[in-house]
Design a protein around this ligand. Structure first.
Ligand code: SAM
Ligand code: SF4
Length: 450
């Protein structure tokens, strides 16, 4: 990299919303340090790979990709492996792929500027020792890819240590940002035209304002009251720390979206105990009852793992009965996957792969019918959507409801297309198991192009 040449980087991101948003902050930091983002590995001087190790053979996939990079090292490119696999495999990455210059877990990203200088000088840089830090990655230089809806991290790391999960080992200990700092970022986003904000954390409900100014529910409300903000979401909630004041806040303030993602993982109290989830089926259902008795209809979604070590057929059936009792709008379902360092790794992975596949299939089949019935209830309703994009092939506008449901709608012939990021109302004319179809509401016709 000579001084005349603009330094370029390419970044590839795997995994959850946290990883996606981490990458937005990493990109912002790199741009601030004089780098220019490019869209291919070929064009890049520096290749960033933001990894995820939550399931499957994540480590193997990373090493396969690094092998592909090997032949590019002669072109003078530098490689950086960041994220959960980087934290988990650490120095092993340098052993297996000596051409890698930087290996860092998310708890070290705040040191990126320093690490970039090190690798530019030809040294190796590591950021693996920060998991016990109390500091969060505060940066003004987040390169958000969507100009209308954006994430804000409110809490990093996780102290829950669920028996199956790598996150506490890869993202480090739980640490919250101050509510002042979160609100400052939200206000800046509102000033820049953002209307939809999603508060992020592995467990947002254990948010603890370091200055003790606001509880999570109060922070939620304060973000929802910022001028210009029309929608606030939050993810992920942990049932143990999910308190009734969160439901009350949603009920009281229309800008707080009527959707809660509350992963249950299993409907069996015995399985929950062996997962170290710290709540029972009954306690989970109590939280559901708070939401069901709210004045607004709150959409609920969940994550479920099938085939956890020792899960019996009847325990699995308890999960089936729970999803029916709750009536989720949708669920993310996973086969248990043994992960390094986790407590469950020492237990026998006792459910055969075919049986996990069968349980997953049964669960998804039962949920499809629940979703179908829930979505059918929207028929004829007029819903506000944020315009997300266009589907020219179908002649439809892609919209998202406050409940986080996709509503694809058509507009009258000759009517100007509503702008991406604008809010319009659409009438639901058809329902599918996982999306809604509709038409621009008559009252929205005149306002749509504003
Ligand atoms: N912090 C969130 C929570 O507590 O629900 C979610 C964390 S994780 C990124 C997202 C989901 O992946 C979890 O809710 C769980 O269902 C699933 N998951 C995590 N570890 C898993 C494993 N070892 N095998 C299968 N699924 C897993
Ligand atoms: Fe993983 Fe449990 Fe923490 Fe969620 S709460 S990130 S599942 S350890």
């Amino acid at each position: 990299m000579d001084s005349e040449h603009t330094k370029t980087f390419f970044i590839e991101t795997f995994g959850c919303q946290m990883n996606f948003h981490d990458s937005e902050k990493v990109i912002g930091t790199l741009v601030q340090q004089g780098y220019h983002q490019v869209q291919t590995v070929e064009e890049a001087d520096l290749v960033f790979y933001n990894t995820c190790s939550i399931r499957d053979k994540a480590e193997q996939k990373v090493f396969n990709r690094l092998n592909e990079y090997k032949k590019l090292q002669n072109q003078g490119k530098k490689f950086a492996v960041i994220g959960c696999v980087a934290q988990q495999e650490g120095e092993k990455i340098f052993e297996k792929a000596p051409y890698v210059s930087l290996v860092a877990g998310s708890a070290s990203y705040r040191n990126l500027p320093k690490m970039l200088v090190q690798i530019e000088q030809g040294s190796r840089a590591t950021g693996l020792d920060d998991r016990q830090t109390d500091e969060t990655f505060e940066t003004e230089f987040t390169a958000r890819s969507n100009p209308h809806r954006g994430y804000i991290t409110i809490i990093e790391g996780c102290d829950k240590f669920c028996a199956y999960c790598v996150v506490p080992y890869t993202r480090g200990k739980e640490r919250s940002r101050t509510s002042d700092s979160v609100l400052g970022e939200a206000r800046r986003m509102a000033d820049a035209g953002y209307t939809d904000i999603q508060l992020l954390g592995q467990n947002v409900n254990s948010y603890k304002d370091p200055l003790a100014r606001k509880s999570f529910a109060e922070l939620l409300t304060a973000v929802g009251e910022i001028n210009g903000i029309r929608r606030v979401r939050f993810t992920t909630s942990h049932p143990r720390d999910f308190t009734k004041d969160i439901v009350d806040a949603i009920d009281a303030l229309p800008t707080l979206c009527d959707h809660v993602h509350l992963p249950v993982q299993s409907g069996s109290t015995a399985v929950l105990a062996s997962m170290y989830r710290e709540y029972s089926r009954e306690q989970y259902l109590e939280r559901v009852s708070w939401m069901k008795s709210a004045r607004r209809h709150i959409s609920m979604t969940s994550d479920i793992i099938v085939g956890f070590p020792g899960e019996t057929e009847s325990e699995f059936e308890e999960t089936l009965s729970l999803i029916q009792e709750v009536g989720y709008d949708s669920i993310f379902t996973f086969k248990y996957s043994p992960r390094p360092n986790t407590p469950a790794i020492d237990r026998e992975d006792s459910i055969p792969e075919e049986e996990k596949t069968r349980r997953l299939q049964v669960l998804n089949d039962v949920q499809r019918e629940i979703s179908r019935a829930n979505y059918a209830k929207h028929l004829g309703q007029t819903l506000e959507v944020m315009v997300e994009g266009y589907n020219p092939a179908r002649g439809q506008i892609i919209g998202r409801t406050s409940q986080n449901k996709t509503l694809n709608f058509s507009i009258p012939d000759g009517h100007p297309q509503p702008k991406i990021g604008s809010y319009v109302e659409a009438v639901v004319t058809k329902t599918l198991p996982n999306s809604l179809v509709g038409e621009l509401a008559a009252s929205a016709n005149s306002a749509a192009a504003d």
